[in-house]
Design a protein around this ligand. Structure first.
Ligand code: DX5
Ligand code: ZN
Length: 220
């Protein structure tokens, strides 16, 4: 059976208590900690840089950090986050002038690489990159904000990418990012996703242990 991973997005956490928030979701069962890095240029919002990642790891966080770069350009930030201890670094192909170079840069720095495709970004970006990737991320909202509604047309893309991955024989995670809730996670998993970013669904819950229990129940 495919192993499902839950990746809480700290974008929805209470930044005034970030360390506690991260430790609480780890205790509840987080498999990855998802970092939404925004630059107010590639996306219309601004978040944080690599020091947050460095400090969380320094404070004892061992759960892999999954950095989602919504920034342009990306190469300098790839260096920063690799140095800060990130495990996965994913970026949008539109944000890099040399996509293959950025993927190779991530891997040369010892991290796992992923490409993130927006709802309107075609799968053709995978034609010459797939075998180099450790993760493919399908955005199911337009990037920039948490708490948006899942865009249903992405379901078809999930099915297509699952087929591409399976027929390639490569070991690639398929991540969905945006609008994942208790109401749609089962259908998303059946379509082929194995890694679920969840921001508001997790951090808006009053009890993280119990929301994780509900998520796991939906997936089983
Ligand atoms: C959107 C971000 C997402 C977001 C998910 O640009 O990439 O990771 O935080 O939040 P929810 O789960 O609330 O849609
Ligand atoms: Zn994200």
């Amino acid at each position: 059976m495919k192993q499902f991973w839950i990746a809480p997005s700290i974008l929805s956490a209470d930044f005034s208590q970030l360390g506690q928030e991260v430790n609480a979701v780890i205790k509840a069962g987080a498999d990855l900690i998802h970092f939404d890095v925004m630059d107010n240029h590639f996306v219309p919002n601004l978040t944080f840089g690599s020091k947050i990642c460095q400090d969380l790891i320094k404070s004892g966080v061992k759960t892999p950090i999954d950095v989602h770069l919504m920034c342009q350009p990306v190469d300098h930030l790839i260096h920063d986050f690799a140095e800060a201890g990130a495990t996965y670094i994913t970026f949008h192909p539109e944000a890099s002038t040399h996509v293959d170079r950025s993927i190779r840069l991530i891997k040369s720095l010892g991290c796992k690489a992923g490409l993130v495709l927006n709802p309107a970004t075609p799968l053709s970006w995978l034609n010459h990159t797939l075998s180099e990737l450790d993760m493919i991320v399908l955005m199911s909202v337009n990037p920039g904000f948490s708490g948006q509604a899942f865009i249903p047309s992405v379901m078809k893309k999930i099915i297509d990418v699952r087929q591409l991955i399976d027929s390639s024989g490569c070991d690639i995670r398929l991540q969905i990012d945006g609008g994942v809730s208790l109401d749609n996670i089962k259908d998303i998993s059946v379509a082929g996703v194995d890694t679920f970013v969840m921001g508001s669904t997790i951090f808006n819950a009053s009890d993280y242990m119990s929301i994780f229990k509900d998520i796991v129940a939906e997936l089983s």
